[in-house]
Design a protein. Structure first.
Lengths: 363, 636
């Protein structure tokens, strides 16, 4: 299907959806936006700022000063502008994704463009947070823009977008190293290229837990230590992943996006959404994914159980926090399973098709 | 010595697979294990399915479960002296006489509401009426509620207890004695100053509609189609509520009805405290619903028991069998309410606002109890509810009451449905894996003999994921369209419309008969992939609903388990294919034609009360069966 037809159609559809009368409860939903990205808080902060009160003094407003200055001066926030702006962010992100694909394949257009745009614009993990007006949409756009400029070799726009992204969300600092490496190399796929195997494939064990429950159980005087540990945890993935995938830095960025989605302090649904949408850039790995249906089913279960247990705990009152915590653990496991699939596929593809009578094991 | 150590080390190395031969052994063992699992998959599926169903049948077994107990220590049921006595009974009789007079004069409900408000005002309790009107696809209903609020004399009135009686009882008769009890209770209760919570007395119109109008106005929640006057009197947050349903003259037992909308149950402590108080303070035995134990009334045993009469006498005589039958009857009644998301009484409308509520049904009999007993029991229960300092949270919210004082915890009944769901998941995953490999047929036996040990090579092939996903999406969209069409006002009550919808839904997917089989070595058959998605999704739905509404999940497991797991594209003639398809079509859409009264009720529940059952059946259940039907007509 022609990209020139499909893309505007999808964007128009998204725009219509953004203007449709949606329940207000979406903006307050905890899976779609976190305290760092919530739209009502953004509105509150802008209002306080415009009335001369410091919005950061209350602990309510945790967005970046960039957003504060943008929405209090250049772009007023109301129903019309926010619907347009958020749809535009998603449209730009989808377009950037298509450009990254084209740069990777070294073509100016291809038949998969429409599919990639559709995967981004119709992904429910990304659609729902945009409808909830979560600022994670803007963060995703900046990430994809930075990646696009890096794939095209334009260092200034890429680093500018990256700088803006890190300003908005500090854990994105893990993307600094791979982005610089990507600028120094080019994004063509070299996953399957023959190279020397001097290390065995090692299985990665990821301990998945979620910040908030852990921190509720912890004694106060240990908090700074664990905060440091959890923050440093994100950083320790940068170097190993970049080293292992130094031949294909775009894939390393993709893996790090998965790590970011799983381990960042205030995850929402848009982070795994970005990771899952990025998979469309690497169709060569599909046949080497280890258990894609298990990962899909895990994601399906957790996507259904998260709002159910949240409702059972906070609205209906018949469940308690442990139900919700268990479902967040399942969500963490599903993200981890997706990460493992991606890493396995990225490394397995180099071995290629096994001749008859040969088996592949891990030691 | 050293040689022994060497031998042991070599053996360990081989076992752990850390040497050359060990690696080979490790690979071989892994392959053997995978082959074993793969070959025994059909047996595993069957065992899990049978185990799940057997567990479900085992739920009503006698000696399972434990006796109910009070978990919230603040409740202290049955510890108070009650002072409700014959003067209060006399007052209730007077109110009853007035209400019967109104009934004999064919007075409208507005007149009755005016009378009730008048009586409350005479007692000195502030009261008012509320008129409401509901417009839905089945017509317009009007009514008037009457309510009174007695503020607690010494406390701030931040919380409240609701005592209600509806005009129409659950049996369809007028709930005259229930209303008299409530008014008389109001007169009696306002005499004491120990209430920590406000007491709200509501006489709602109709059976469910009046209370729906009242409670939604009280909490300020809007509802389309329902226009109700705003309430002029207000009070605090309601934590607990009692609904009195007393249609007959006297009663022998008090029945407890506790199911709420969409499978919600109240905290078990409320039922348990009421049970204790009824037996020990009031001397009235309690029942679940209105089920009397057949063992207690031998002369009615054949009528009350659900044990089939064709069983041999020697089996029917066993006490264990009788107990099993009684427990099963209680469970089936419960499942009937909970699976349909229906409430078993007026109390169910209150659960939405986090109010724990039950209905007390005075089982009509020539029996010994009347106003005196029920008044004392309610007084003591209200005193117990008055003791609460925080909402009921200690006892269970997920339980299965099998006898009035025996219940099953969630771990005893939930795994049955999960086993069925796991079996369906394994089937789905098996189909998915199977779809990937193409096994070319052996051309002749002698070639096989010539090749010796060689097994036929399985060629991997891509699976039509996008096509199967789009079929799944289309079936669900069809379900949404079906729901929309069926809830149109012109469809309500019309038999032809139901038949039309049935034939529409059943015939459109027959387009799949025209699909050409794709070459099996190039791409996996669509039927296999669709079946895989169908089963995985159905399994997910069953698992996820089991935590929210166990009866619905059990109903799904029973109706979907076998048909979906064993759907298969048949290679035989068109006739057999169509026969199989018809079975699925009837399973998935037959309810449109066969259960029209049920469908009407479900739609009414959706419009008025917000029960999800109608939506669920149209959007989830029917599309799942439809997908299995499509699998059976696709080329293999």
């Amino acid at each position: 299907m022609d990209f020139g037809l499909v893309y505007p159609a999808l964007v128009a559809g998204r725009l219509l959806l953004a203007f449709a009368p949606l329940p207000d409860a979406l903006k307050h939903d905890h899976q779609l936006s976190s305290p760092l990205t919530s739209y009502p808080r953004l509105q509150e902060g802008v209002y306080l700022f415009q009335h001369g009160i410091d919005p950061y003094s209350g602990g309510l407003f945790r967005h970046s000063p960039l957003l504060l200055s943008l929405f209090s001066t250049a772009l007023p926030l109301n129903k019309f502008t926010s619907a347009c702006l958020w749809t535009a962010c998603d449209a730009i992100s989808a377009w950037a994704l298509v450009k990254i694909w084209r740069a990777r394949q070294r073509v100016s257009q291809s038949s998969r463009d429409s599919l990639i745009a559709a995967i981004y614009l119709l992904n429910p993990y990304l659609l729902l947070p945009t409808l909830a007006l979560s600022t994670s949409t803007i963060e995703n756009m900046l990430f994809l823009l930075s990646l696009m400029f890096a794939s095209q070799g334009q260092s200034s726009p890429s680093l500018l977008a990256l700088a803006l992204l890190v300003q908005l969300s500090l854990p994105s600092a893990i993307f600094i190293v791979p982005m610089i490496l990507l600028l120094l190399s080019d994004p063509v796929s070299r996953l399957a290229s023959p190279r020397e195997f001097n290390t065995y494939l090692s299985s990665i064990l990821a301990k998945l837990g979620l910040w908030w429950y852990f921190f509720t159980e912890m004694f106060d005087h240990f908090r700074p230590f664990f905060l440091m540990v959890f923050s440093a945890h994100l950083l320790i993935y940068v170097l190993p992943v970049c080293l292992k995938f130094q031949h294909d830095i775009l894939y390393a960025t993709y893996i790090l996006a998965g790590v970011y989605a799983t381990f960042k302090p205030y995850p929402t649904l848009s982070d795994p959404g970005l990771f899952i949408s990025l998979i469309s850039l690497f169709p060569e790995t599909y046949q080497y994914l280890r258990y894609p249906i298990v990962t899909t089913l895990l994601h399906l279960h957790s996507a259904l159980l998260l709002p159910l247990f949240h409702h059972l705990w906070l609205s209906q009152g018949t469940g308690n926090a442990n139900f919700f915590y268990a479902s967040t653990l399942v969500f963490g496991v599903s993200n981890g399973a997706a990460l493992l699939d991606a890493i396995w596929a990225g490394l397995r593809i180099a071995v290629g098709n096994l001749p008859e009578g040969y088996e592949l094991i891990q030691k | 010595m050293a040689a022994v150590l060497q031998a042991v080390r070599a053996r360990l190395r081989r076992l752990l697979g850390t040497d050359e031969n060990g690696t080979v052994m490790k690979i071989r063992r892994r392959n053997q294990f995978n082959n074993f699992i793969w070959k025994s998959l059909p047996i595993i599926r069957l065992i899990l399915l049978v185990a799940g169903y057997a567990w479900m049948l085992a739920i009503p077994l006698p000696n399972l479960g434990r006796k109910t107990y009070i978990d919230e220590n603040a409740l202290q049921p049955g510890q108070v002296n009650t002072y409700w006595n014959w003067p209060d009974v006399l007052r209730a009789d007077r109110y009853l006489a007035d209400l019967e007079g109104l009934r004999d004069r064919n007075a409208s409900s507005a007149e009755q509401a005016a009378y009730i408000v008048d009586e409350f005002k005479k007692l000195g309790i502030p009261s008012a009426t509320q008129a409401y009107s509901f417009t839905g696809t089945s017509g317009v209903s009007n009514g008037t509620n009457a309510y009174a609020i007695h503020s607690s004399p010494r406390a701030s009135g931040a919380e409240a207890i609701l005592i209600s009686a509806s005009r129409i009882s659950r049996t369809g008769d007028l709930n005259l004695r229930g209303i008299s009890t409530v008014i008389s209770l109001a007169a009696y209760l306002k005499g004491s100053s120990l209430w920590a919570k406000d007491l709200i007395f509501v006489i709602s119109d109709d059976h469910l509609l009046g209370m729906q109008a009242w409670i939604t106005s009280y909490h300020g929640s809007e509802q389309s189609g329902l226009v109700a006057d705003p309430l002029t009197l207000s009070s605090g947050v309601i934590w607990t509520a009692l609904n009195i349903d007393y249609p007959g003259h006297s009663f022998s037992h008090l029945g407890v009805f506790f199911e709420g909308l969409n499978g919600r149950l109240p905290n078990q402590d409320l039922i348990n405290s009421f049970g204790l108080i009824s037996v020990y303070t009031g001397g009235v035995p309690i029942l679940l619903y209105d089920h009397r134990d057949p063992r207690e009334v031998p002369h009615l045993e054949s009528k009350l028991s659900i044990i089939p009469s064709w069983l041999p006498e020697i089996v029917k005589k066993q006490d264990a069998v009788k107990e099993y039958g009684f427990r099963a009857k209680n469970i089936l009644r419960h499942v009937g309410y909970q699976a349909r998301g229906q409430t078993s009484g007026v109390h169910g409308l209150l659960h939405r606002f986090r109010i724990d509520a039950i209905t007390l049904f005075a089982v009509p009999a020539t029996g010994p109890h009347g106003f005196h007993a029920i008044g004392r029991i309610i007084e003591s229960t209200l005193r117990t509810m008055n003791n609460l300092l925080e909402r009921l949270h200690a006892s269970f919210f997920f339980y299965l009451l099998v006898l009035p004082s025996t219940f099953l915890k969630i771990g005893t009944y939930l795994p049955s449905v999960i086993l069925v769901s796991v079996s369906m998941m394994f089937t789905g995953l098996g189909e998915w894996v199977d779809a990937r490999w193409y096994q070319p047929k052996q051309s002749s036996i002698e070639e096989k003999a010539a090749n010796g040990q060689a097994k036929s090579e399985a060629i991997p092939r891509p699976r039509p994921v996008l096509k199967a996903l789009s079929i799944v999406l289309l079936t669900h969209l069809a379900g949404i369209a079906l729901f929309y069409l069926r809830t149109l006002s012109l469809a309500s009550g019309s038999e032809t419309m139901s038949l039309l919808l049935f034939f529409l839904m059943a015939s459109v997917p027959l387009i799949a008969l025209t699909a050409h089989p794709s070459p099996p070595q190039a791409v996996a058959p669509l039927s296999k992939t669709l079946k895989a998605f169908n089963l995985c999704f159905a399994s997910t739905v069953i698992s996820v609903t089991s935590v929210l509404n166990f009866s619905l999940a059990a109903a799904l497991a029973v109706s979907l388990g076998v048909p979906l797991s064993y759907s298969s594209p048949s290679r035989s003639s068109l006739g057999i294919k169509l026969a199989g398809y018809t079975i699925y079509a009837v399973l998935g859409f037959g309810w449109l034609v066969l259960c029209r009264k049920e469908v009407q009720e479900a739609i009414w529940n959706w419009e008025v009360l917000g029960a999800w059952f109608a939506l669920f059946v149209c959007i989830i259940y029917s599309p799942l069966v439809l997908q299995a039907a499509i699998v059976s007509v696709l080329p293999p």
